[in-house]
Design a binder for this molecule. Structure first.
Ligand SMILES: CC(C)(COP(=O)(O)OP(=O)(O)OC[C@H]1O[C@@H](n2cnc3c(N)ncnc32)[C@H](O)[C@@H]1OP(=O)(O)O)[C@@H](O)C(=O)NCCC(=O)NCCS
Length: 157
């Protein structure tokens, strides 16, 4: 499991984080969620939400996920361009996996654009497999690849 690099802190997302989350979202996604969607999500039940800050208090990365039956669905994961390639994305994904394991999830699932090679490489590196494709899933018409990480059920279950 990846450890958070030195100089960064991880904790559950709170309402006061949302303006910075929405600003980073708008910077890194072609089809960003608006701030009000994040405000609706934060703190809801059946969610797993983490933010990473620098030790000076700047938002460096975040992950938002929700439970769908016995699967944890990773809705959003992003790292500020200044901090990419330092393991923040893998750490957040590992945290989501640990949450899935703790809660007895069958697996984790997410969608990714085939053109998003960096994210795709990250998910493949973490052991995710491509389950299928959702045609024209994104607003600009690009398909989504559906990727899944199966979790091993605890012995005796
Ligand atoms: C995708 C994203 C979240 C990755 O975040 P990150 O903090 O840079 O992630 P990490 O540093 O943990 O890992 C990313 C890179 O390391 C690779 N990886 C991580 N750990 C690795 C290891 N130990 N060995 C080999 N490769 C590794 C990944 O494949 C990727 O490789 P690249 O450098 O060749 O591109 C980030 O680039 C981002 O926010 N992109 C814009 C938003 C986005 O696309 N989100 C995902 C939507 S599905």
């Amino acid at each position: 499991m990846s450890a958070l690099p030195q100089g960064f802190l991880i904790r559950p997302a709170r309402t006061e984080d949302i303006p910075a989350v929405a600003a980073l979202e708008a910077e890194v996604f072609p089809d960003p969620w608006p701030q009000h969607l994040y405000l609706q999500e934060v703190g809801q039940p059946l969610r797993f939400q983490r933010v990473v800050h620098t030790d000076l208090g700047y938002l460096a990365a975040y992950l938002f996920a929700c439970w769908q039956l016995d699967e944890l669905h990773v809705l959003k994961v992003a790292t500020h361009p200044l901090y990419e390639g330092r393991g923040l994305g893998s750490t957040l994904m590992d945290e989501a996996k640990s949450e899935g394991e703790r809660s007895g999830a069958r697996g984790l699932v997410l969608e990714v654009r085939p053109s998003n090679r960096r994210a795709f490489r990250l998910y493949r590196y973490l052991g995710y497999d491509v389950l299928g494709r959702r045609p024209r899933y994104y607003a600009d018409g690009e398909d989504a690849l559906v990727m899944c990480l199966a979790l091993v059920a605890p012995a005796g279950s």
